[in-house]
Design a protein around this ligand. Structure first.
Ligand SMILES: [Zn+2]
Ligand SMILES: [Zn+2]
Length: 267
């Protein structure tokens, strides 16, 4: 027999391999933790700030309830109880008993710890369904505007997005897990190796700082005034800034910055 999720060989009687069974259980547990934040984010006038506890007040939207979140909770609800029935079977003597007497979070936890999770016939199908729900939940809790493009996947070159607090990103196409920092640094290096890439002092400083090399816009402007950078009408080349940033070029002119007439500085 093969694992229904990844195709690895499994023992007779199993439908998921050990790794996939664990991943499935972890997904269900994570979803059980997301039920309360999802309920909280139903109120469209409040933005709960995703997985972080800080609430941000937004302008009142046209509907007081986020219908996408309502649909998602509905789907999650239906899937969880259906999964529990598939796992437990239906009691012939008590067939009318509705598992819905348990709350959704508790049901997800029961499913995650169920002995048949890696053995029941449609395990691969339910794992894919739950995976889709987990992804939608993440999007509902961390709205897309909070996720920024940070660079491309090292395996398949898909553009990856991450929230500001994310340490790891998972490629949506090939599933490769990578450190967010590494992805950003790789993107910066690509900008710097390509002599045709140019930007403004502010844009370049931001790209470096995002990638973990702190660089102030003022610093770039100071280097430019000293004639150390490769400046063209389209902007400064990333590669010339990179050479100076890595060589540890001293910056001692910062107090002068304010004395200079502004205007010519912030290009
Ligand atoms: Zn597997
Ligand atoms: Zn990838």
């Amino acid at each position: 027999m093969d694992c229904q999720n990844c195709g690895a060989p499994v023992d007779e009687g199993w439908t998921l391999c050990v790794a996939c069974e664990l991943r499935f259980a972890a997904m269900l547990l994570r979803l059980s933790r997301d039920v309360a934040p999802l309920h909280d984010s139903l109120d469209a006038t409040l933005h709960p700030g995703g997985h972080s506890p800080v609430r941000i007040q937004t302008a009142t939207p046209p509907t007081p309830i986020r219908l996408d979140v309502l649909d998602l909770l509905d789907l999650l609800d239906a899937t969880a109880y259906e999964l529990l029935r598939r796992l437990q079977g239906v009691d012939a003597l008590d067939w009318r008993r509705d598992p819905r007497s348990e709350d959704l979070g508790a049901t997800l936890i029961t499913c995650a710890g169920h002995a048949r999770l890696g053995r029941f016939p449609d395990a691969g199908f339910y794992m894919a369904t739950v995976n889709g729900l987990a992804r939608k939940t993440d999007l509902a809790l961390d709205p897309p505007e909070q996720r920024r493009e940070i660079g491309t996947c090292e395996l398949c070159n898909t553009m990856l997005t991450a929230g500001t607090a994310d340490q790891w990103v998972t490629c949506p196409v090939c599933g490769r897990e990578q450190r967010a920092q590494t992805v950003k640094l790789r993107r910066l290096k690509m900008l710097c190796w390509d002599d045709s890439r140019r930007g403004s002092a502010a844009g370049i400083a931001k790209a470096f700082t995002d990638a973990g090399i702190t660089l102030k816009r003022n610093t770039v402007n100071v280097w430019r005034r000293r004639g150390k950078l490769d400046v063209t009408p389209e902007g400064i080349t990333y590669s010339s800034v990179y050479r100076l940033a890595i060589s540890g070029e001293p910056v001692d002119e910062l107090p002068d910055e304010k004395a200079k007439p502004s205007g010519e500085l912030d290009k």
